[in-house]
Design a protein around this ligand. Sequence first.
Ligand code: SAH
Length: 218
Amino acid sequence: MNETGYTDARRKMVESQLRARGIHDPDVLRVMEEVPRHLFVPQDLANQAYDDRPLDIGAGQTISQPYMVALMTELLAVEPHHRVLEVGTGSGYQAAILAALAREVITIERYEDLAQEAAQRLRGAGCGNVRVLVGDGSAGAPDHAPFDRIIVTAASPSVPPSLKEQLAAEGRLVCPVGARHAQKLIVVDRGDGVFEESEGVGCVFVPLLGKEGWSEDD
Ligand code: SAH
């Protein structure tokens, strides 16, 4: 496929997979139409980048389905002055989407190879406001906290307490929570001294492995 083909595929993805299913935030729809998803998947899968499903990116990990990226981004309600933490860099695609909406994005990945590839792709896509860290993000990134928004793109048995603590006042966190093979999207809002949680749609993510996620032997 050539560039015109990709642009066309992206426009169709936005109409049929996102708008038709209720994604309505104009900024989210705009950045999903702008960010070249095909640059964030392995080259031999570039032609499938705009398909309605997740794709393998190596190390047993996946880039989420476009709809899930858009839904989580819409739920996160990112504003231009926000500092955002993403846990689970994977391909770097979600980070690129966030970078187009926020002031700064810190993203953390436990696999060094994935982190390096993602950093390279993000540079290639011109995302200058993203920093990729390597490590266990289940306990957040305390040196960089607080964050206005935190998104976890791997599944956790419960919302990691450190992540809640690293939310700024009026902060919001989105995280898939549940069993190892089926979860629900949980939204946590940090209000005036209290946390409010609400439960959203069902989803399936790869596990968040680490101190405040699943243990490797679970
Ligand atoms: N947001 C990604 C998709 C993430 S898949 C994208 O847009 O492509 C989930 C990622 O979380 C995987 O790459 C996995 O290695 C990573 N991960 C799992 N546990 C982690 C942890 N404790 N800290 C950081 N990354 C983790």
